[in-house]
Design a protein around this ligand. Structure first.
Ligand SMILES: [Cu+2]
Length: 171
């Protein structure tokens, strides 16, 4: 598990692109970093799109020394946000994570999960997780009238996540 995690962390894009649909990142815990420039001019989740299998755990860790961040599911329970998680899935919310603090969620229900950072949502600090069984490829996007364009533009495409397994931003 450790070695696999290290390989993926090394930015081996060639390997990532060769993933076919349904081949999620291996290992039980998938790491997502909350990142930012030292001057705070840009903040993001890294990777901001990931493909996982049911039963896998995602761990968000704040590695941005300049900011507190959250990982908060799009759901009415979270400050009346539109629902962008599968039916039957629980709405998660990390609350504020200070530098080097972590938050974990184990995903069981297949589907598309969109989430945001409470203080940086309008800066486009959003992410998307797809939970897919081995043969699942048919995932529908959410209707795009529910959020402002600045936020919608921040999500990676479902097709790209399915194809690449994980999506990182150029920052
Ligand atoms: Cu943030």
């Amino acid at each position: 598990m450790q070695r696999r995690g290290f390989l993926w962390g090394g930015g081996s894009l060639a390997a990532a692109f060769s993933l076919s649909p349904g081949l999620a990142i291996g290992g039980s815990v998938v790491e997502i970093t909350m990142s930012g420039r030292p001057d705070g001019s840009k903040v993001w989740f890294d990777p901001y799109g990931v493909l996982i299998q049911p039963g896998q755990t995602v761990r968000w860790t704040n590695r941005d020394k300049s900011n507190a961040h959250t990982a908060t599911a799009y759901a009415p329970q979270n400050d009346e946000h539109p629902r962008r998680i599968p039916e039957g899935a629980a709405a998660f919310d990390s609350d504020y994570l200070l530098p080097d603090e972590s938050f974990e969620v184990t995903f069981e229900v297949p589907g598309v999960y969109d989430y945001y950072c409470i203080p940086h949502e309008m800066s486009g600090m959003v992410g998307r997780i797809i939970v897919a069984g081995p043969d699942q490829t048919g995932f529908n996007d959410y209707p795009d009238g529910d959020l402002p364009d600045e936020i919608l533009d921040g999500f990676p495409l479902i097709a790209d996540i399915l194809k690449q397994g994980r999506i990182q931003k150029d920052n």
